[in-house]
Design a protein. Sequence first.
Length: 305
Amino acid sequence: MQANDNPKVSISQITTMNPNSEANSPVTIIRDAAASAKINVTTLRGNVSVLEGSGGNMGVLTGPDGKVLVDAGIPGTRARITKALASLSNDPVKHLINSHWHFDHTDGNEWLHSIGAEITAHENTKKHLSTTTRVEDWNFTFPPAPAGALPTNVFDNEQTLCVNGATLVLKYYGPAHTDSDISIDFTDADIIHVADTLWNGQYPFIDYSTGGSVDGMIRAAEANVGRATDKTIVISGHGPVGNKSQLIEFRDMLVSIREKVAALKKQGKSRDEVVAAKPTANYDAKWGGFVINGDFFTRLVYAGV
Ligand SMILES: [Zn+2]
């Protein structure tokens, strides 16, 4: 696959090609794609913007105390991220928040720390970055991150950050997409970065290797629906910036597919039999067009019911 903004190869296709090669892992494909990806900058409200194109969507708060970034992107895009940040303001990057430990949200930690950013994250993000971590469903083993990439400030449940005249509330979801996911609430602007608890218009990855589950994803989706008002701007981990109705749609999709898969599993069907029954058929046209197709998502749900 050639690097582009929107990789269309599914994880199931990749692992079928060569299950033993990390070269075919979605991790490698996403890292390579980011090296040539275009960065789109959108100012949302107040002094909050979003950068799209390098791994997970990156939130940016500008102001005299220095920029606050939510998620670090992929280092192959460093030059274009630097240019995009400079287009917003001259403030240096002083704070980086990791929404969770995954590479497409933390690979840029080391270079951002090297230019002066403190890194805040849930304690499990630091835990996973500090050690060798295997993600079975990505067919990839991550070595420990370099010391400069580790979070410098961790918390276990909730933390408030007052910066640039704004109040940011960081809240742990509990186990959801991983066991390290937090929401970042820009309370004054009524913008919430929900990271990989929302893949807007895409089936989500669920990382069972580090504590994620479909039921955890549903709990997080419920929390997001409960937090949002009709005016809230929602920054997703992947897919376009969204709103409350898209949070509801995503939650309903998860619940519906979970029920279908659980009912089939309860009848004693094997994983392959459940995949063959196509429980996601009514949803694939809308949600199955990105990295994870319906069959792969069915397998992820099956593992958790
Ligand atoms: Zn993730």
